[in-house]
Design a protein around this ligand. Structure first.
Ligand code: NAD
Length: 336
């Protein structure tokens, strides 16, 4: 559909801002970004596209405000990124995670429902092609051992307040499809990396600590495995799921790039050695620190469903994507 009004929540954050860029390049839709601008949101992430979008500052936890927004703009699509996203913060202060990730998602679903539908299973004609895409995480599946992959059929077993709050939101989204027929699609993705990521996350932290000559902290023995997904590959998957995904379905999006955390740190240090005029080894700064409580050992996604059904494929492998990412951070050092 052309020229739909699309609400992108959390669009001033890491993945959301990359998605705004992707959507502007690949569609004629009218983009509205809703973001509370918490510590994780940054209008700098939208600087280059600010003249092409409508930015609205607001809180998804404010139900009346969200309903007014839907009544005013009559969005046809919602792409929902807004969340508290940092696992460590969820351990020290889970309350915000429960509010934003669970109650905030509920408010958006409820406003979409009252705007788009007369009653159960009956979309109003002007919202015939309405869609609500919910962005979630592979962390809802819990942890893997040395082998195996998460599929869309894997049972939920979240271990942190963050993943538990995301799992709860996934279930509420699911219930709006089965109970009310709301046109929803959910995607569960692996660890993203790329431009605009908040400096608190693993890859920006490694780059920052390395170039400032500080210890590079690695949890435990560095053997934890994550399945790394370049953010623009994630955005192309989200766009396909929004446009072509089957209603009520879930799609796992992963880069098929399983890497140990220690490997990540080593590769970044090697690339910094090549890219910066410094003759010392950044690797010597790698320092092992006390492990995160409840730290999941391994996440890895089987992305066959979105690959086969929607024709999606990740373009970057970790070694190409990380070069682009480091180059971006070196050009934007104030973001570290
Ligand atoms: P982020 O923390 O960089 O951005 C979140 C954005 O949401 C910020 O701009 C913030 O200001 C906004 N926000 C937070 N609370 C809000 C509220 N109450 N009302 C309105 N806006 C609010 O997060 P991200 O890394 O871009 O993640 C986006 C989504 O993708 C999240 O739902 C996250 O759970 C999911 N996800 C992320 C990853 C990853 O590797 N980054 C992996 C899997 C899933």
């Amino acid at each position: 559909m052309k020229n739909d009004k699309v609400l992108i929540t959390g669009g001033a954050g890491f993945i959301g801002s990359n998605y705004v860029e992707y959507a502007l390049k690949n569609s004629d839709d009218e983009i509205f970004v809703l973001d509370k601008l918490t510590y994780a949101g940054n209008l700098k992430n939208l600087e280059t596209v600010s003249h092409k979008i409508t930015f609205i500052r607001g809180d998804i936890c404010d139900a009346d405000f969200i309903q007014d927004l839907f009544s005013k703009y009559a969005f046809q699509k919602v792409v929902h990124f807004a969340a508290e996203s940092h696992v460590d913060n969820s351990i020290s202060g889970p309350s915000e995670f429960i509010q934003t990730n669970i109650v905030g998602t509920f408010n958006l679903l409820q406003s979409a429902y009252t705007t788009w539908m007369h009653g159960p299973n009956d979309l109003k004609s002007e919202f015939k092609y309405a869609r609500f895409l919910h962005i979630s995480t592979d962390e809802v599946y819990g942890t893997l051992g040395e082998t195996g992959l998460f599929t869309e059929e894997t049972s939920y077993a979240p271990n942190s307040p963050y993943s538990a709050s995301k799992a709860s939101s996934d279930f509420i989204v699911r219930s709006y499809f089965h109970t009310y027929g709301l046109p929803v699609v959910t995607t569960n993705c692996s660890n993203n990396y790329g431009p605009n990521q908040h400096k608190e996350k693993l890859i920006p932290t490694i780059i920052r600590k390395a170039i400032s000559g500080q210890p590079i902290p690695i949890y435990g023995d560095g053997k934890n495995v994550r399945d790394w997904l370049y953010v623009m590959d994630h955005c192309s998957g989200i766009y396909l799921a929004l446009e072509k995904g089957k209603l009520g379905e879930t799609y796992n999006i992963g880069g098929r790039n399983e890497r140990e955390n220690l490997y990540i740190a080593n590769v970044i240090c090697e690339l910094l050695n090549e890219m910066l005029p410094k003759n010392s080894s950044y690797k010597e700064q790698i320092t092992f620190v006390k492990d995160r409580p409840g730290h999941d050992f391994r996440y890895a996604i089987n992305a066959s469903k979105i690959e086969k059904e929607l024709g999606w494929k990740a373009k970057e492998n970790f070694e190409t994507g990380i070069q682009k990412t480091i180059a971006w951070y070196l050009e934007n050092k104030e973001r570290l």
